[in-house]
Design a protein around this ligand. Structure first.
Ligand code: AVJ
Ligand code: FE
Length: 440
């Protein structure tokens, strides 16, 4: 990233603007009653996310960075995610939709003033405009959360797409590639807007492994279903098998059997499941069971990152699979331009040096790994962003989905969720051990 303060200011302003355009789209495409309603006990009312976005921005940019007086200190507690679990949020004294829209706009007006003169060095919160980047990422993360709420909402479609999907090239890709063993640099100490859990850069020794060239497709996943995958406890981790039985699972979330075919519901449209698209809306347990059925396993987080960043020519870790340049629409399906992942094998320009595709964008990819701190981790700027989630309850997801904005997506970016979760935009790819001679 640049060190030119005017360019940094423009970059921060543009990231905030892009996030706000998306927030407005997601909170004006339905009528106010649909903003206040809770569409699933797993999600907040949309109007909670909206005002929470403004409240985080007020706390970090207006009060902390700007040193200004608080605008609405009285609502901090209502919008504190740790005080109130999602299921309870509809009962809180929330700002009404028109008040919430007005509130976020007032905060933003003041923040843009602050951005014009804020120092962009002098501490980790200010350096390269980190706090502005952090808040743009926070807003985009809640935009993805709101898009999940839209997917769970019943009713007619309200969201549009930026254009048609890229045309499939009809290439024949190899199924998997061998990633050579040896150390690589994982994480980052230089990416200016990287969040605390991506830091610091450190060396990891990764034995040679095989990894799928593309995410697992709906068609491949259907073969697991048809082979009785959901009826065979031997493929499942114990807690996953318990979930299958308790909820009578037999396919990904939003799928429905109709005569001889599978249909799925996608943002208000019911359509046949497209066999070439990456499978979406599977839990970690489903991904893990599929992999075992296929004689494979999920990649560890270190394997995933090595596949996504390691350049065997130079031995260097790059920012993205294609190199160090920021994502463009030619590299990856990001930013809610499409309301679906693209067929497996898309985005040749986004592939890694070894030819692995769609690591960035399309679907979040479940990894085998628990969400743990890197050696040398330091919580910043608040413990509740990452630190309180470290442990064996959460599994790491990598790579971002079609619903992730480029500002919140990097080769180092780490997401996490409970292994039972299915409403998130998650799929997976599989890995395998390389034979003993593979490292030669
Ligand atoms: C990193 C996506 C798990 O949404 O719970 C939003 C991001 N943190 N507000 C989440 C986040 C605080 C977080 N995830
Ligand atoms: Fe938040």
């Amino acid at each position: 990233m640049t060190h030119d303060p005017e360019l940094l200011r423009e970059r921060a302003a543009s990231a905030l603007r892009t996030a706000r355009d998306r927030t407005r789209l997601l909170t004006t495409c339905v009528e106010p009653p649909d903003l206040v309603a809770q569409h699933s006990p797993l999600m907040s009312p949309l109007v909670w996310d909206l005002a929470h976005i403004g409240n985080q921005e007020e706390q970090w940019l207006l009060r902390t960075v700007g040193g200004r007086d608080a605008l609405r200190p009285d609502i901090d507690s209502v919008y504190d995610a740790f005080e109130h679990p999602r299921a309870e949020r509809p009962a809180l004294p929330l700002l009404a939709p028109d008040e919430a829209h007005k509130y976020v706009a007032e905060v933003r007006g003041r923040v843009l003033d602050i951005l014009e003169t804020a120092p962009l060095h002098g501490g980790p919160l200010l350096d390269a405009g980190f706090a502005f980047g952090m808040i743009a990422q926070h807003e985009q993360q809640h935009d993805e959360t709101m898009l999940i709420t839209h997917q769970l909402r019943a009713g007619a479609p309200v969201l549009g797409e930026a254009g048609p999907l890229p045309v499939a090239l009809g290439e024949t890709l190899i199924d998997e590639v061998l990633v050579p063993g040896g150390p690589f640099a994982m994480g980052t100490s230089t990416e200016p807007w990287a969040l605390d859990n991506e830091r610091p850069a450190h060396h990891r020794l990764v034995p040679p492994f095989l990894i799928d060239t593309t995410p697992v497709s709906n068609g491949a996943y259907q073969r697991f279903i048809e082979d009785g995958g959901y009826r065979e406890p031997r493929w499942w981790a114990a807690a996953g098998w318990a979930q299958v039985q308790e909820h009578k699972l037999r396919a990904p979330l939003f799928w429905k059997r109709d005569g001889g075919q599978w249909l799925r519901r996608r943002f208000g449209v019911t359509e046949p499941v497209p066999p070439d698209e990456p499978v979406l809306h599977v839990s970690w347990y489903e991904a893990d069971a599929y992999a075992r059925w296929a004689g494979r396993r999920l990649p560890t987080e270190a394997e995933w990152e090595k596949a996504a960043r390691y350049d065997p020519e130079t031995g260097r870790s790059m920012r993205y699979p294609w190199g160090d340049e920021d994502p463009t629409p030619a590299h990856a399906n990001l930013g809610q331009r499409h309301l679906r992942p693209t067929p497996v094998g898309s985005y040749p320009q986004g592939q890694s040096p070894l030819g692995v595709r769609q690591l960035i964008g399309d679907v979040w990819e479940w990894t085998a790994s628990d969400f743990l701190p890197y050696p040398g981790f330091a919580a910043f700027p608040y413990r509740e962003y990452s630190e309180v989630f470290f442990g064996d309850q959460y599994k790491v997801l990598r790579g971002g989905s079609f619903a992730v904005d480029p500002v919140a997506c990097r080769g180092t970016f780490r997401n996490w969720d409970l292994p039972v979760r299915r409403q998130i935009f998650a799929g997976f790819r599989t890995a395998g051990d390389a034979g003993p001679t593979a490292d030669a």
